[in-house]
Design a protein. Structure first.
Length: 355
């Protein structure tokens, strides 16, 4: 007989186990359908996990229960959801390299900020995790010009997004193998109450000084929320510097425009002399066709300069520089009334002012 009876017994047990698993799976599928149809275990989190994850394990319920407990204490306060994902930013070469250099792997970040109005909600049928807010501000941090936009309704996350909860994506230090065995990292962080302000206030890695991200103020303004004094002070300083910078740039461009106009006029004015001298070289200018050709360069620069002036004027409007009574001293004894200056420039360069 040998070990044959032992082997037979093991195979029989495996067969029973497989049969039991099959029966359990069928019963679980029926349970999921019952919950989808409106029945309940009496526990919303258990219902959600059964339907969307297909499991009865309490371990899978843990992230939802912990989040529910956190949100319960945060009702009425700010909530910030930070979603991250790695992506390639301009990896060079037509043929993908075997390894991707870390300098070409960036981290895209989505921020969503609002005021929590109630506890955690779960959309069982849609598989969504919902943080109730009346409205929220959203921004994609992909460039320095990224702006917050106002969105109505709650902050919601998909099932697989939520699975990254508690994970922060760090910038890579080593090359990543460029094949299907390597995957981009994803992260999701949740901040409540005072944690939100702390997120926008970080220590410099160089000297431990506090760096304030004043884009937080833009989000708070959209949501009509109170602005912390230290952020307000820094924000006002930054705005003032931007306004001064815009005025300086507009003055510089206006001077450049004037010089280009003078150069173009000189080219056309040189027709009667038959030539135009520039940088030690003489160009033949006997008629308007010649002048048009010789002035191509300055005319193109003039067009670019005027377009740049228009871009700065639009930035000035965004900073509400066309209103108020702000005055800036440009030179000793010279003061500019900013609103009058911007208004006049907008009129000259055909930039429409908001009503």
């Amino acid at each position: 007989m040998g070990l044959n009876p032992d082997i037979k017994e093991i195979l029989e047990l495996n067969k029973r186990s497989s049969s039991a698993q099959s029966i359990a799976f069928e019963k679980l599928e029926k349970l999921r359908e019952k919950i989808k149809s409106g029945d309940s275990t009496g526990d919303k989190i258990k219902d959600f996990v059964i339907v969307n994850l297909g499991t009865l394990s309490p371990n899978n319920e843990k992230p939802y229960r912990e989040t529910k407990a956190r949100l319960k204490d945060g009702i009425g306060g700010q909530i910030l959801v930070v979603k991250q994902k790695e992506s390639t930013h301009g990896c060079p070469g037509i043929i993908p390299p075997q390894y991707i250099n870390p300098m070409f792997i960036g981290i895209d970040t989505e921020l969503r900020l609002g005021v929590l109005t109630s506890g955690l909600k779960l959309d069982i049928e849609g598989g969504e995790i919902i943080f109730p807010t009346e409205r929220h501000a959203r921004k994609y941090d992909r460039s320095l010009r990224s702006k917050w936009e106002l969105k109505e309704g709650p902050i919601s996350l998909g099932l697989y997004e939520f699975m990254n909860l508690g994970k922060e994506v760090k910038r890579r230090r080593t090359p990543m193998l460029n094949d299907f065995s390597s995957f981009f990292e994803h992260g999701l962080m949740l901040h409540l109450g005072e944690e939100v302000e702390q997120y926008f206030s970080r220590k410099s890695p160089l000297d431990d000084k506090c760096i304030l991200d004043t884009s937080y103020v833009d989000a708070l303004n959209l949501l009509n929320l109170e602005i912390p004094e230290r952020f307000k002070k820094k924000y006002d300083e930054n705005v003032h510097q931007k306004r001064v910078g815009i005025i300086n740039k507009l003055e510089e461009l206006a001077d450049k425009e004037s010089r280009l106009n003078t150069e173009i006029e000189s080219i056309y004015g040189s027709i009667k002399h038959g030539g135009f001298m520039s940088e030690g070289a003489i160009s033949m200018v006997e008629d308007e066709d010649d002048a048009k050709i010789v002035s191509i360069g300055p005319r193109m620069k003039l067009k670019e300069t005027r377009e740049e002036i228009q871009r700065y004027l639009k930035q000035a409007i965004e900073l509400v520089m066309h209103k108020g009574d702000l005055k800036l001293k440009q030179k000793p004894g010279m003061e500019i009334n900013v609103s009058d200056y911007i208004y006049g420039m907008c009129e000259k360069y055909q930039i429409e002012l908001p009503k």
